[in-house]
Design a protein around this ligand. Structure first.
Ligand SMILES: *Cc1c(COP(=O)(O)O)cnc(C)c1O
Length: 383
């Protein structure tokens, strides 16, 4: 089966991990700060805080922005469940903003309308989490302008988008957000097996992210409430977690980061071949806008119209033919857990239409020309 996504591991990656195994530190050693510094440099952000997953990064990003019980967080319904869950972990409530079918990203028109309603009802969100679907940035400049008007904070869920650009700046530069988070799960652009990173330009937010990453414990005297008892002393000043990345993971991530531009280039080349192949078909493709570089975590096509049975049969057929077609994502508000919270089918019609039309095709740096040709033939035979 040709997978929809797959990691690319070379000998340098393997050597980097083995070197850590032979070193004094498997965790809390020099590899984690080295990976953080390298990614902050790559993205032009002031701070980068490595954690054990993007889910953890989202959780502590919400906490660092003060999200708690009574607060409201908005995100896109077309995302992985972790995005919305991260706000629920903090005791906040979650709501969604419908998407734009051309990009699959949160719609600015829907957002503006929802903000006006929320203001009238005194129920404005504290934080909005735009999700850069498939690697294409959301309209961050417009979202940021609305944040100034309505007073919310912004966390970019850039799990798909490390290595991408928006208005000629790296995603992660946080030009239009408070925090940007990345995932290094093996299906994503670069991997540390499991892992994530939270980037910010605020020293205060960076401090909080570090605090929540490691039990809420400090060991610097100037952050303590009473004089140190001695060289062993530390204080817990908040309720944090153990969300630390290991040095094994950081070494792998750092080694992968060396090849990120090659990965993005290859993914864009493959996407272009798909684009050309489908340009004279009745499939719709999610084409990135001119002012942004997609990292092409996913290549998504939309069937011409909603037909639940046809959509299902198309994916079954492609899988029978040896290629792992997939759907990203089942709208979060339709998950049973979220339905229990009061969401219903019909709440976000574009997200639901998108779900009934979308197919993710295999896309990863190791996909061969021959495999891609085969995939294109199979997809064209369907429509
Ligand atoms: C993968 C993903 C996550 C979670 O990432 P993990 O590193 O597996 O925790 C969150 N949001 C989106 C949009 C993702 O694709």
């Amino acid at each position: 089966m040709i997978p929809y996504g797959k990691q690319d591991i070379n000998q340098q990656d393997i050597d980097a991990v083995i070197n850590v195994l032979k070193s004094d530190f498997l965790t809390q050693g020099p590899q984690v700060p080295a990976f953080e510094q390298a990614l902050a440099n790559k993205c032009n952000s002031q701070y980068a805080i490595a954690v054990n997953s993007a889910t953890s990064a989202l959780h502590i990003a919400n906490l660092a922005l003060g999200v708690g019980p009574g607060d409201i967080v908005w995100t896109s319904p077309v995302t992985f469940v972790a995005t919305a869950n991260s706000a629920l972990y903090c005791g906040a409530s979650v709501d969604f903003v419908d998407i734009d079918l051309r990009s699959g990203n949160l719609s600015i028109i829907a957002l503006e309308k929802k903000l006006i309603d929320a203001k009238n009802n005194n129920a404005l969100p504290k934080v909005i989490i735009p999700v850069h679907l498939a690697g294409q940035s959301c309209d961050m400049q417009q979202i940021h302008a609305l944040s100034q008007e309505y007073g919310f904070k912004i966390i970019e869920d850039a799990s798909h988008a490390v290595g991408g650009q928006y208005q000629e700046k790296s995603i992660g530069a946080c030009q239009y957000s408070d925090i940007c988070i990345f995932s290094f799960h093996p299906v994503k652009i670069i991997t540390s097996a499991e892992g994530g990173m939270a980037l910010t330009n605020s020293d205060k937010i960076a401090e909080k992210l570090k605090l929540f990453r490691s039990h809420g414990i400090v060991s610097e005297q100037n952050k303590m409430t009473e004089p140190s008892h001695g060289p062993w002393y530390y204080q817990q000043i908040a309720l944090g977690f153990n969300y630390r990345m290991t040095d094994l993971q950081a070494a792998l991530g750092l080694s992968q980061l060396n090849r990120i531009d090659t990965f993005i280039e290859k993914r864009n080349q493959l996407a272009k071949i798909y684009d050309n192949a489908f340009s004279n078909s009745n499939l719709k493709v999610l084409t990135p806008k001119a002012d942004r570089l997609s990292s092409y975590h996913l290549y998504i096509v939309l069937l011409p119209e909603v037909n639940v049975e046809l959509h299902k049969q198309a994916i079954i057929k492609l899988r029978e033919q040896g290629l792992c077609a997939h759907v990203h994502y089942i709208p979060v508000h339709l998950q049973p857990y979220y339905k229990e919270l009061g969401f219903n089918p019909g709440d976000f019609p574009n997200a639901e239409e998108y779900y009934q039309r979308a197919i993710s095709l295999p896309l990863h740096p190791q996909l061969t020309a021959q495999e891609q040709k085969y995939i294109i033939e199979q997809v064209k035979a369907l429509v």
